[in-house]
Design a protein around this ligand. Structure first.
Ligand SMILES: *Cc1c(COP(=O)(O)O)cnc(C)c1O
Length: 466
């Protein structure tokens, strides 16, 4: 057989496997069928001495991992905050793999570069961010937070005449980073990676929904010494609550602070006319982090960092080498905006997702998920022994199962375990303001009202048993 014929057979086989998986996805048990131990038994073979037939390698890999796959991309997975893969995004991502482009610089792939440039412009338009903001296509919310905060660190120190790119942080003015008490853990980790350490954090009080309190922010700014970076959160990972980001920008800017917005999923509220009032004033921030692999439903991985002051963004990230030609004619090179150097061409999937949905499609995706979250909350709240712990403002629901003669936390944990075991649907757990809770996150493009009803039925059946 010619080499190409072999490749074709391998990819035909792979496509059939992919289609079989996707066709079964909605009906599949949502949680895994095999645990790590069983998977290790089938995957842990001696490293072969000699080359093996690719067709057989891939077939055996796929068969071995199959029971350990989780239907996270399917319509009844509501754990963490996890989107699926829109058809156009999935197909474009397949091509990105076949094309195997390095998106690091225009000279390596003008195609990857321009697709990101255009997708970046569409995203700013869709999310109501300043048209002049610079954009980085990173791996996820974690690195988007890192990138925005790196730009902020660069900027606030440059204002004091300190060149952090050259001189680092030893001997630098101390930066105070003001964050809400209920920030996401990736903020702390970004600060660790940036060498600021978590001791630079001044946490400020949040309200009963998990939103930063503007009065507490004002107090913190008045009590501490600058320079300041303030982190607002648009979309609390538990409650979905959105900080009063407009007020936060106003107060923070009075103190010369850089405002970074962690909007890993919540930033997409800006794409919905119904939700937009919740993020009013967000465009006045200095940097924004969001994910495409959560609510935009592109395949893993893809996060997005936006920075209004592109000079600070570029200064924080840029890298040059003798073997990279100078940016010809002002072309956009991703190495200027990303912490990565060589990089997967994530822009193709984002471009395809945005074009296939259009503005209206993104809006209805966001609104539909929020409506499903309310449907969950209403159906569950109808029971006396079930409590919804926070306002359902976005796509997140927190559910507590009461035990009249026992421990609510214990019953809640037991119901979550029973739901996961049943396999119709999958939800995780959390602790919210000291109370054990089930977390429901509706982030998938393919979830229908019927999926919600089937999942509610599975939850109620589990609650009846416990
Ligand atoms: C998910 C999430 C993150 C982290 O994003 P990753 O894509 O997992 O790196 C950060 N902040 C918030 C609020 C999130 O929900």
């Amino acid at each position: 057989m010619s080499e190409f014929k072999e490749l074709k057979q391998l990819l035909d086989d792979t496509m059939i496997r992919s289609l079989t998986f996707l066709e079964d996805l909605p009906a599949r048990r949502v949680g895994p069928q095999a645990d790590a131990r069983r998977l290790r038994e089938s995957l842990r073979l001696p490293l072969p001495e000699q080359p093996q037939d690719p067709l057989r390698v891939v077939a055996e890999l796929a068969d071995a991992v199959e029971p350990g796959l989780v239907a996270t991309a399917g319509p009844r997975y509501f754990g963490f905050v996890i989107g699926g893969a829109l058809p156009a995004a999935l197909a474009a991502d397949w091509l990105a793999t076949a094309w195997d482009q390095n998106a690091g610089a225009t000279v390596v792939s003008p195609a990857a570069s321009v697709a990101e440039e255009v997708a970046g412009e569409w995203l700013k338009e869709l999310l109501g961010l300043p048209a002049h903001a610079s954009v980085g296509f990173v791996t996820g919310g974690q690195m988007a937070n890192f990138t925005g905060l790196a730009a902020g660190r660069q900027h606030v120190l440059a204002e004091l005449g300190w060149d952090v790119q050259h001189d680092g942080l030893m001997g630098a003015p101390q930066i105070t980073v003001i964050v809400g008490q209920e920030r996401h853990v990736t903020i702390d980790r970004a600060l660790r990676l940036l060498g600021l350490g978590t001791s630079c954090i001044t946490p400020v009080a949040t309200d009963d929904q998990g939103r930063m309190r503007p009065d507490a922010l004002r107090d913190a700014l008045e009590r501490a010494d600058g320079p300041f970076i303030v982190c607002a959160q648009v979309g609390n990972v538990n409650s979905g609550a959105i900080d009063p980001v407009g007020a936060i920008c106003e107060i923070a800017h009075e103190h010369g602070a850089w405002v970074h917005v962690d909007g890993a999923f919540g930033l997409w509220a800006a794409a919905s006319a119904r939700l937009r009032p919740l993020v009013e004033g967000m465009q006045h921030a200095d940097s924004w982090a969001t994910d495409a692999h959560k609510w935009l439903n592109v395949p893993y991985d893809c996060g997005l960092a936006f920075v209004a002051d592109s000079d600070s963004h570029r200064a924080a990230m840029t890298a040059t080498a003798e073997y990279i030609p100078p940016r010809i004619g002002g072309e956009r090179d991703a190495v200027d905006w990303n912490p990565e150097f060589s990089r997967r061409a994530r822009g193709f999937a984002v471009y395809a997702a945005l074009r296939s949905l259009g503005r209206g499609g993104v809006e209805s995706l966001i609104d539909r998920c929020c409506a499903h979250a309310r449907r969950f909350a209403e159906a569950l709240a109808a029971r006396d022994d079930i409590e919804i712990l926070s306002e359902v403002v976005l796509n997140q629901v927190l559910v507590r199962f009461l035990d009249p003669d026992g421990d609510h936390d214990e019953r809640t944990r037991a119901v979550i375990a029973a739901v996961q075991e049943d396999g119709t649907t999958w939800m995780g757990g959390t602790t919210w303001h000291g109370m054990g809770a089930m977390r429901i996150s509706v982030s998938n493009w393919s979830t229908t009202a019927e999926d919600v009803d089937r999942s509610v039925a599975a939850i109620l059946a589990a609650a009846n048993r416990i």
